[in-house]
Write a protein that binds this ligand. Structure first.
Ligand code: PLP
Length: 431
């Protein structure tokens, strides 16, 4: 038996004190096997492990770090801010600056409230939607992740349009009962449900680009179809743009696809790598929130100056650099090369991408929803993941997660990654 490596040793120690050794389950490498890589530093597109190895990082803190790790300007501004203290639990000027930057980028967000996580943003938006419509039910899509609020941890039962059953023990059936789950991209099913129970539906919540079943973009007419149904039945349309906000365009997926939601949830990029979330939208709705209205929501660390500063600087750089076209082009080229490499070696793969988000599905089928995503060969993903890891490339550690290209991934980083993928596919064919 080989000596256990440093990652295995650190993981053993972590498991003594932390359930499963991790503070968020997918970090445990369950989906790909082996010990997770313990990281102590990041710079640009790279992360550096306790194992003294470096990795080109395509997880980028789950897409939060669109400028890469430790961007010099973000770090400089953060260091300055840090010297002034870590938080006051009361109002600061920079919160308004961030709110203004968000409003200017995403015009549908007339008013915005900051939270400490995306989960909280979604919880609060749903509470608001229920209060505003005096209805309890919500429609979500199978395989969509909206954080871990009880009533969001719901998957479809058998087939489309079953009423929600909880995905996790500890979620009372009564909490999940108000959540209706529909296959992503299946407008027909949504229409059917609206016809039957439109009067009870407070909101449809959707990731305008699904990023938590792997990447699945919206089919033609899907988002605008949801908009029309919501208008017809007086339900609210909530875009969960926690991943897509400031990622697929400066104005998010709503800019890219030209559909205006009533409420939007943000997170990840707007905190520049620090904990944050936000929800916002129509002024008349947002003014129902306390202290103006009676819908309660609060947070000790909401609007924390460090998170706000990291977000502000990140958005300022994104606005100056306007990297979106370049990022999309780079990602498109990269993904096409992976497909060509797979084709050369007779490997069935579908590479989905929207903007600078991509994921690999080992299947010949088109992947348009959770059911088709599930059909992929997860053993193939596992093998590719570890082949890349061994060669110093870090993908998100599950075939059902998204990968991200940042503004600081250079051509040679992508070429090196493609080289490893080509080598791996070639070896598979020989077997
Ligand atoms: C990450 C994510 C969330 C949850 O955000 P947290 O900050 O992890 O609570 C919600 N929705 C989507 C689409 C996400 O990707």
């Amino acid at each position: 038996m080989a000596e256990p490596g440093i990652n295995e040793l650190l993981f053993r120690r972590a498991r003594k004190y932390i359930p499963g050794g991790v503070n968020s389950p997918v970090r445990s490498f369950r989906a790909v096997g082996g010990a997770p890589v313990f990281i102590h530093r990041g710079e640009g597109p790279r992360i550096y492990g306790e194992d003294k190895r470096e990795y080109i990082d395509y997880c980028c803190c789950w897409g939060s770090l669109i400028l890469g790790h430790a961007h010099p300007r973000v770090i400089r501004d953060l260091a300055r801010r840090l010297k002034s203290g870590t938080g006051f639990g009361t109002v600061t000027r920079i919160e308004t600056e961030l709110a203004r930057a968000i409003h200017q980028a995403v015009p549908s967000i007339e008013r915005v409230r900051l939270t400490s996580s995306g989960t909280e943003a979604v919880m609060s938006a749903i509470r608001l939607a229920r209060a505003a419509t005096s209805r309890d039910e919500i429609i979500k899509f199978d395989g969509a992740y909206h954080g871990h609020a009880d009533y969001m941890l719901v998957r479809a039962g058998s087939g489309a349009s079953t009423l929600g059953i909880p995905d996790s023990p500890g979620v009372p059936e009564g909490f999940a009962r108000h959540t209706v789950v529909v296959p992503y991209n299946d407008l027909k099913s949504v229409r059917k449900i609206m016809k039957k129970r439109g009067e009870q539906i407070s909101a449809i919540i959707v990731e305008p680009v699904a990023g938590n079943m792997g990447v699945v973009g919206p089919g033609p007419g899907f988002l605008s179809g949801l908009r029309k149904l919501c208008d017809h039945y007086r339900a609210l349309l909530i875009f969960d743009e926690v991943i897509t906000g400031f990622r697929v365009a400066y104005g998010g997926a709503q800019e890219l696809f030209g559909v205006r939601p009533d409420l939007t949830c943000l997170g990840k990029i707007i905190g520049g790598g620090l904990p944050i979330g936000a929800y916002g939208g129509r002024r008349d709705l947002m003014e129902l929130i306390a202290p103006l209205g009676s819908v309660y929501q609060a947070g000790t660390l909401a609007g924390n100056p460090l998170s706000v500063q990291a977000g502000l600087t990140t958005l300022a750089i994104l606005q100056e650099e306007d990297p979106y076209e370049r990022l999309a082009l780079k990602t498109e080229e990269f993904c096409r090369s992976v497909e060509q490499s797979a084709a050369r070696h007779g490997i069935g793969i579908t590479v989905n991408r929207v903007g600078s988000i991509f994921s690999f599905f080992f299947t010949d089928r088109e992947v348009t929803d959770q059911a088709t995503a599930r059909c992929q060969n997860s053993e193939s993903f596992r093998r590719l993941f570890h082949a890349l890891l061994t060669d110093g490339v870090y993908l998100s550690p599950s075939g059902f997660e998204s990968n991200f290209i940042s503004t600081v991934h250079r051509d040679q980083d992508l070429e090196k990654t493609l080289g490893t993928i080509e080598k791996t596919f070639k070896k598979w064919r020989k077997e």
